[in-house]
Design a protein around this ligand. Structure first.
Ligand code: MF3
Ligand code: CO
Ligand code: CO
Length: 261
C-alpha cells in the first residue's frame, strides 16, 4: 500500500526532512582528513538526539551505528568505524535518516575529501546531476519508471553504470515504504505519482561495472570490480503541480544554532 500523506503528515515530513538535511550541512563543514568515520557518526548522532529525534539506522535490522558512511569503492551501507580514517583524495558518502515526531527524512551526499582525482570529481558531480534529473520529472500522472529511465540514460551517456540491487523507496511513518524507486528501467512503467506521495530518489553510480558484493559484515556493499561509487539522495513530496524536495536547507532556515551540537 502506498500511503498518501495528509496536510498534517506533510508538515511533519517537512520537519524531519529539514532536520536530516541540516545534519548533513552541519557535518559537511566538520569533515577533515584524519578523522574517522566513527568521529563523524558520533557528531551526527549527538546532533540528531539533541534535537529530540532518533537516528533511524541505529538498530534498524541490527545496523550498529547511527549513519552510513560509504567511502570510495563502498556503494552503500558502510559502517562507521574508528579504524576507518578519511584521507586526502577519498570520496565519502554520508547517509542520514532522522525519525522525528514519528516520521522519517532520508538524505545523503558524497563529499570530496581534499584533492580528488578529476575523473572521480566529475563522476560525483554527474551523480548529483543524475539524481536531480530523476527528480525533475516527478509530478502527478508521471509513472515512477520514468525516474529510473532518465537516471540510467544520463549515467550511461557519461559511461558509468547504475547499481540495480538497491533502490529508492516510499518513506513516512516507516523508514522504507512502498513503492520501490528503481534507478534504471523503462519510461511509462510502474505506478502513477499522486499528490501526497513521499519517496526518495537515491541513485548509486559506479565508475566501472554495476555489479556489487556484500562483505562478511553483512552490511557493507562494495563494487565487485573495486571501482569507486557515488550516491546522492533526497526525500521528495509529490505536490498538486509537481514536486517539492524536502531534504534541502533554504538559507533562510539556517541559523548560527544549527552549526552547533
Ligand atoms: N539510509 C539508507 C537508505 O537510503 C538505508 C540505510 S539502512 C541501514 O535507504 F540499516 F543501513 F542503516
Ligand atoms: Co533511502
Ligand atoms: Co538514506
Amino acid at each position: 500500500m502506498i500511503s498518501i500523506k495528509s496536510a498534517r503528515e506533510i508538515e511533519l515530513m517537512r520537519e524531519t526532512s529539514l532536520l536530516a538535511a541540516k545534519t548533513l550541512r552541519f557535518i559537511e563543514y566538520k569533515l577533515k582528513p584524519g578523522m574517522s568515520t566513527e568521529d563523524i557518526n558520533q557528531l551526527c548522532h549527538e546532533y540528531i538526539i539533541k534535537r529530540d529525534a532518533i537516528p533511524a539506522p541505529l538498530n534498524y535490522h541490527g545496523f550498529p551505528k547511527s549513519i552510513c558512511t560509504s567511502k570510495n569503492e563502498i556503494i552503500c551501507h558502510g559502517i562507521p568505524s574508528s579504524k576507518d580514517i578519511i584521507r586526502d583524495g577519498d570520496i565519502l558518502n554520508i547517509d542520514v535518516t532522522t525519525k522525528y515526531k514519528g516520521f522519517h527524512g532520508d538524505t545523503n551526499r558524497t563529499y570530496l575529501i581534499g584533492n580528488v582525482r578529476p575523473e572521480i570529481q566529475r563522476m560525483v558531480e554527474r551523480t548529483y546531476q543524475c539524481m536531480m534529473a530523476g527528480i525533475a520529472v516527478c509530478r502527478p500522472g508521471v509513472r515512477i519508471g520514468d525516474i529510473g529511465a532518465v537516471i540510467e540514460e544520463m549515467a550511461h551517456d557519461y559511461g558509468y553504470s547504475v547499481v540495480q540491487e538497491y533502490c529508492g523507496h516510499g518513506i513516512g511513518r516507516e523508514f522504507h515504504e512502498e513503492p520501490q524507486i528503481l534507478h534504471y528501467g523503462k519510461r511509462g512503467t510502474g505506478v502513477e505519482m499522486k499528490p501526497g506521495m513521499t519517496f526518495t530518489v537515491e541513485p548509486m553510480i559506479n565508475f566501472g561495472k554495476r555489479h556489487c558484493k556484500l562483505l562478511d559484515d553483512k552490511w557493507t556493499v562494495v563494487t565487485k570490480d573495486k571501482s569507486w561509487s557515488a550516491q546522492f539522495e533526497h526525500t521528495i513530496l509529490i505536490t498538486e503541480d509537481g514536486h517539492e524536495i524536502l531534504t534541502q536547507v533554504p538559507d533562510s532556515a539556517w541559523s548560527a544554532a544549527d552549526n552547533q551540537i
